[in-house]
Design a protein around this ligand. Sequence first.
Ligand SMILES: NC(=O)c1ccc[n+]([C@@H]2O[C@H](COP(=O)([O-])OP(=O)(O)OC[C@H]3O[C@@H](n4cnc5c(N)ncnc54)[C@H](O)[C@@H]3O)[C@@H](O)[C@H]2O)c1
Ligand SMILES: O=P(O)(O)OC[C@H](O)CO
Length: 332
Amino acid sequence: MNFAVIGAGAWGTAMAIHLAKMQHTVTLVPRRFEQALALSSARENADYLPGVPLPPSLQIGHELVPVLMEAEVVLLACPAQALRETATRVKDALTLATQLKLVVSLAKGLELETHLRPAEVIAQVLPDVPVGSLTGPTNAAEVAQGLPAAMVLAANAPADLLEAVQVEISGASLRVYLSHDVAGAEFGGCLKNIYAIAAGICDGLKLGDNTSAAMLTRALAEMVRVGEALGAQRDTFYGLSGFGDLIATCHGEWSRNRQFGEQVGAGASIEEIMANRKTVVEGYKTAASFYGLCRDRGIEAPILAEVYQTLYEGKAPAQALRDLMLRELKRE
Ligand SMILES: NC(=O)c1ccc[n+]([C@@H]2O[C@H](COP(=O)([O-])OP(=O)(O)OC[C@H]3O[C@@H](n4cnc5c(N)ncnc54)[C@H](O)[C@@H]3O)[C@@H](O)[C@H]2O)c1
Ligand SMILES: O=P(O)(O)OC[C@H](O)CO
């Protein structure tokens, strides 16, 4: 199959490496021309995924028109806040000769102003192409090294197309499951980033394993409540895109959302952390987007609200934790 991966951060590069190793025709398209040159000459993405060689067959592209003339599946691998702009670039570069069958989001964040999920943003821009989302517990570095992982491809597209793409992406190191609950799969991936910030805050406050277990368990309950209220299916949150990614991201030393939370919990200034970061922390803006969405819809989400107040209203992390602990008592 012919794949185009638009966006060459850690995750786009890792997926492009995986697909190229599966013998597909793959073109990785970085946003900036200099980045395309650097990747072509070094055969490594030194900025975002250092130490992993790009397979010889992996093509690096820059002009979208020729790449999109041949691509059957396009993966959009940029941060959620850049998705609309990236999908628009794809739309503008599509020609009548297109072979495009499916556009897949790899992003895990809500658009800030609209509160839309990644697949919803793409569908607004590209209403005539089937859109899906590939999500689950997948740290880019591990996938790039070929360590086994499992994901969910969620899409409302013809079954034969989805099954074909599932087969093409799956292999000994990546097992892909299918789902029709795009909302559930995407809400899980977006929400877990906020709870990973909360888990990191607990780490930064040097709390113990009991706190971590309590936080994770209540985060899952909150994820289910928020997701169901927004129209997703309850069961989806107990799968790879919900529970699976929550565990990976809240526990993974590597998680950028967890690391960010740990710095916040340890007392660092949020402005300074964000100013010094080169890579995306999706949970930061997604916390603001979900906070607005839950407030507007009257959805109870106390952990999310405390993370929001800590990040945006200057609330002390220890006070946020205390307020969570001293909420009105209730049945589990
Ligand atoms: N890294 C992972 O392990 C991983 C795994 C699964 C999903 N994701 C998700 O994939 C998405 C991308 O993450 P990443 O890890 O590749 O991020 P990254 O920080 O490694 O790279 C971000 C990429 O987006 C590009 N970018 C930044 N601003 C942009 C803009 N305005 N327009 C277009 N491109 C822009 C950058 O040039 C860079 O190539 C995020 O939503 C993330 O949550 C990441
Ligand atoms: O490093 P993070 O926190 O952006 O998490 C990356 C992936 O979403 C994990 O599945």
